[in-house]
Design a protein around this ligand. Structure first.
Ligand code: FAD
Length: 149
């Protein structure tokens, strides 16, 4: 097996071709990582979530990492790591275009909202439950690929 570095363009293509990732944030020296869905566009990863620990933590420390991969086997895979900055898209005048953009990107998939909208013990989604659209501004990206030699 050999490992090669992906170019920035290859990383961008992998981010655009996928929608499932792991989002890591940190607070007071403690990391926290969860799976989530995103949509890639214009150097951002757009996402939807209910309020909870990760949103609270990202509000307090907006520096995050995201990891996306395509694994064929343990010897054939690609992995991309993004460093970025959390940006909330509030439901306020001045942010409508960005929220609509996030909604348009995410809603290309029928199940886009459900994983972010359900929590243990909560009833099925109600429209008025507090939720957020947010995006990660990509400041740095790196990628590696494993190939059979
Ligand atoms: C395939 C997939 C897609 C998903 N897509 C989204 C999405 O687009 N948007 C979204 O917001 N969420 C998504 N989720 C759910 C997400 O992983 C979190 O469970 C959820 O967002 C709650 O996170 P929170 O920080 O608000 O947790 P809280 O409800 O505040 O709970 C915090 C506590 O619960 C634990 N916890 C939370 N989530 C998990 C978990 N997934 N696994 C184990 N322990 C957990 C934490 O350790 C922490 O102690 C997805 C999950 C999967 C598997």
């Amino acid at each position: 097996m050999i490992i090669r570095t992906l170019s920035t363009l290859e990383c961008t293509k992998l981010l655009a071709a996928n929608r499932f990732a792991r989002l890591a944030c940190a607070k007071d020296g403690q990391p926290y990582i969860v799976p989530f869905y995103y949509a890639h566009a214009d150097n951002h990863l757009y996402a939807f979530s209910m309020l909870g620990k990760k949103v609270n933590w990202m509000r307090s420390n907006p520096l995050v990492s995201v990891q996306v991969d395509e694994i064929v086997t343990g010897r054939r895979w690609k992995s991309v790591v993004v460093n970025g900055r959390y940006e909330e898209l509030p439901d306020r005048i001045g942010h409508k275009a960005q929220r609509d953009h996030a909604w348009a990107l995410l809603s290309k998939h029928a199940d886009w909202w459900e994983p972010g909208a359900l929590k243990p013990g909560t009833p099925p989604v109600e429209d008025d439950l507090p939720h957020v659209f947010f995006r990660i501004f990509i400041t740095e990206v790196s990628g590696r690929e494993a190939l059979e030699s």
